[in-house]
Write a protein that binds this ligand. Structure first.
Ligand code: SF4
Ligand code: SF4
Length: 224
């Protein structure tokens, strides 16, 4: 019986000792937060997920060139005359359609090196750091604002423009070659005509010489 009460007391005592710290913390201010509904403030220079404001992107590729892990892929198509690509918020006229702007966040090391060279400051770090995915492909973010049909249209338009320009260049080169050939032929004809005239002039005195000789012979005969 004595043993029974001792064991009961030991159980209650150890539970009380274990709960002592818990009871103490009921009366001190809380140092924990209710994450994820409450989030801790981020340090000033925290590096998180990138965001690209495509309205300001001019497709200069400087961010992609600066990236040490090549996780930014950009493709552009030149605007053709008549296209209105628009201006950046700083008033710079855009000349390229950005048909692809992908960032693979599975490769990104959050070094922020892509942010500094951007001339329009349109690529920047956000405060988003919770974006895990089950598939790696889902970490490739596509920022372009053009849809597939629009991209195809821009590409076709540019190809057509290039083909027309090439045809014009060829036609101009052909016309130039023809003009040069014509000028050369005219020059040769003129030189030939001059040469023939000269030949005729040098032959004339010889042809007229026998006549003069005959005339001289006739005069001498008359004198005799
Ligand atoms: S943060 Fe660094 S690794 Fe990530 S896209 Fe920018 S340059 Fe590349
Ligand atoms: S550096 Fe800036 S403007 Fe140039 S392609 Fe990158 S995001 Fe666009």
């Amino acid at each position: 019986m004595k043993e029974y009460f001792k064991n009961t007391w030991d159980g209650l005592y150890t539970a009380f000792v274990g709960m002592k710290i818990t009871f103490q913390h009921l009366f001190v201010p809380s140092v924990t937060i209710q994450y994820p509904s409450v989030k801790p403030p981020l340090p000033e220079r925290a590096r998180n997920r990138l965001y690209v404001n495509m309205a300001d992107c001019i497709g200069c590729l400087q961010c992609a060139r600066a990236c040490p892990v090549n996780c930014i892929e950009i493709e552009t198509v030149k605007a053709v005359p008549g296209d209105e690509v628009g201006n950046t918020s700083q008033g710079k006229k855009k000349a390229l359609w950005v048909t692809k702007f992908d960032i693979d966040f599975a490769k990104c090391c959050y070094c922020q090196l892509c942010v500094f060279p951007c001339p329009t400051e349109c690529i920047k770090m956000t405060e988003v750091y919770e974006f895990s995915e089950y598939n790696r492909e889902d970490l490739i973010y596509n920022f372009t604002t053009l849809n597939l049909d629009e991209i195809r249209e821009k590409e076709e338009k540019y190809e057509k423009f290039q083909a027309e320009k090439e045809a014009q260049k060829l036609a101009a080169a052909k016309a130039k070659a023809e003009a040069a050939a014509k000028a050369k032929a005219e020059k040769e004809a003129a030189e030939k005509a001059v040469a023939e005239t000269k030949t005729e002039e040098t032959q004339k005195p010889e042809e007229s010489k026998p006549a003069e000789d005959e005339k001289e012979n006739g005069d001498s005969a008359e004198k005799e």
